[in-house]
Ligand binder design. Structure first.
Ligand code: SF4
Ligand code: SF4
Length: 523
């Protein structure tokens, strides 16, 4: 079979921006070069979740005139007019004066958006340019020829729970491409394989989990519109990195979430229940009075920053967006970096020939667009919070002046310290309801996509650390039964937390058949 010219894995903001820019360039040059996007979700947007606040200059550059071309979509992006940050104690809220909020954390004039809606819209724009988007296909691994990437192998479909072929069995195809762009999100299966082989990052990548819910609120509710509110403090202990966000979505909805650095040491920390605890705070409870949760989900965020970025290209492959770790925690944003990185990658592919040296222009393009400059500025931001919020918050103001690189520990290593929070929470919604609100589905008789490598390690983990996976998974996929860990893979929302946080690195997250997992429509 003739190789595809450019194959993109993942139809998120980064992958679709790459595809759109490529096709625009090919169309202009009257080239019929093929651009194919493979997406594991049933529909573009279903696996995308973010706050989200976006700087729209990236859309202006990618699709000039987009506001006039689609006024209905443009109206969905609400400009931020109120931008506040609070420090919460258990009962009180203190607004942090604007002057003390780091420059990158100001959001006035940015826009509020649902990233799943944005992706749905970008996918339509990509198809209009002639991009082929194949949804519902999972990629299992990269195809290598020495150190060059030659394409991807798709997941086998139609296996039963014992991995035996059913009558509809379909062997995973090899899809060959001249260039493969990895846009498969934070710790995506293929980008993980790429990074393990190509390396190049100085610090390990670290992650947080973001738990998000969308609430329908009565018209004229207290929170108001065009508003962004962030909090630090409660319910997080001072040694747990993170904070919450509350964004208005039009007049009837609020997007709310809690972000927690996965380097917490507590074996009984349950992110979904921490979010429930946050909802009981007087300030938050007021905003969420009479609010009804209509959607829920979770995902991980790569937050290591500049020193955790791996080598961005190798022969035949490039990394873009979250897969490359292009998230700036100082700004609490990544979508515009994802889109800019897609454009930078497309420019490198079209303007160069397909070799490692030519794709190296990608890094220069990221520099030219200011992406790496911003990442470099925030280079020690996440690290200073390893010493707790009371040290981290003031140090974060001057982190760019620290003359040396600060290191990071892999998230799972901190769990081995084995402390306990001992919360007594009565959640308004439990983890099963949370999973239901994500719309996640998996075929019940397929093999589990979550694999425990060595069950004897779990016995030791149970004794020493009380099996943290039974607590930290936001949808209660793991439960301890008498003889070991029981897995309900059908509830998985593909957040990736378990493979990162298991203290003994005993979980392998493999891609299930395409078309499964969450179905986010307004996350
Ligand atoms: Fe512990 Fe990991 Fe086993 Fe869960 S899967 S019991 S966290 S070793
Ligand atoms: Fe997330 Fe793992 Fe739970 Fe799935 S099983 S929802 S990837 S923590």
């Amino acid at each position: 079979m003739k190789p595809i010219d450019v194959l993109i894995i993942g139809a998120g903001p980064a992958g679709l921006a790459t595809a759109i820019r490529l096709k625009q360039k090919f169309n202009k040059a009257k080239s019929t070069a093929s651009v194919v996007v493979i997406e594991k979700a049933a529909k573009p947007g279903y696996h995308n979740l973010s706050g989200a606040v976006i700087e729209t200059a990236c859309l202006d550059e990618l699709l000039p005139g987009w506001r006039a071309a689609d006024p209905a979509f443009a109206a969905e992006l609400m400009p931020v007019k109120r931008d506040e940050m609070y420090f919460l104690t258990a009962k009180a809220a203190f607004q942090i004066p604007e002057l003390l909020v780091p420059g990158g954390m100001h959001h006035k004039n940015d826009s509020l958006i649902s990233v799943s809606r944005l992706v749905d819209w970008l996918a339509k724009a990509a198809r209009k340019e002639g991009v082929e988007i194949q949804s519902g296909f999972s990629a299992a691994s990269l195809i290598w020829d020495k150190d060059a990437v030659k394409g991807v192998r798709l997941v086998d479909c139609g296996l039963d729970a014992r991995r035996q072929p059913k009558p509809n069995f379909l062997k995973g195809e090899d899809v060959l491409a001249k260039v493969t762009v990895l846009a498969d999100g934070p710790r995506g299966v293929l980008s993980r394989e790429y990074v393990a082989r190509v390396k190049g990052n100085i610090n390990p990548q670290v992650y947080s989990i973001g738990i998000k819910q969308v609430f329908k609120v009565p018209v004229g509710h207290d929170f108001g519109t065009n508003r962004v509110l962030h909090t630090l403090g409660f319910p997080n202990r001072p040694d747990v990195f993170g904070g919450s966000f509350f964004y208005s979505m039009g007049t009837e909805y609020i997007a709310a979430g809690l972000i927690l650095g996965l380097d917490w040491k507590y074996t009984d920390l349950n992110p979904q229940q921490e979010f429930e605890l946050l909802k009981t705070h007087p300030l938050i409870a007021r905003f969420l009075k009479d609010a009804v949760p209509v959607a829920a989900g979770a995902r991980t965020i790569p937050e290591g920053g500049f020193y955790s970025i791996p080598k961005l290209w190798t022969e035949g492959a490039l990394l873009v967006g979250d897969a490359a770790g292009l998230v700036n925690m100082e700004k609490i944003k990544g979508i515009h970096y994802a889109i800019f990185s897609g454009m930078a990658a497309a420019d490198a592919i079209v303007d160069g020939s397909i070799s490692a040296t030519a794709l190296g222009a990608y890094k220069d393009n990221l520099e030219a667009r200011g992406v790496l400059k911003d990442m470099r500025h925030a280079r020690n931001f996440r690290q200073v919070f390893q010493w707790g919020v009371f040290m981290g918050a003031p140090l974060s103001q001057i982190q760019s002046l620290i003359p040396v690189r600060l290191g990071l520990h892999q998230d799972h290593s901190q769990t081995l310290k084995g402390a306990a929070l001992k919360r007594d929470i009565k959640p308004a919604i439990d983890r099963a309801t949370f999973a239901a609100l994500s719309g996640t589905t998996h075929r019940e008789d397929e093999p589990s996509h979550l694999i425990i490598n060595d069950t004897s390690v779990c016995q030791r983990c149970r004794q020493e650390l009380s099996s943290p996976c039974a607590v930290f998974c936001p949808t209660e996929v793991y439960r301890w039964k008498e003889d070991g860990v029981n897995i309900s893979a059908s509830n998985c929302v593909h957040c990736g937390t378990c493979a990162i946080k298991c203290p003994f690195q005993n979980i392998t997250w493999t891609p299930p058949e395409g078309g499964q997992g969450p179905r986010y429509k307004n996350m």
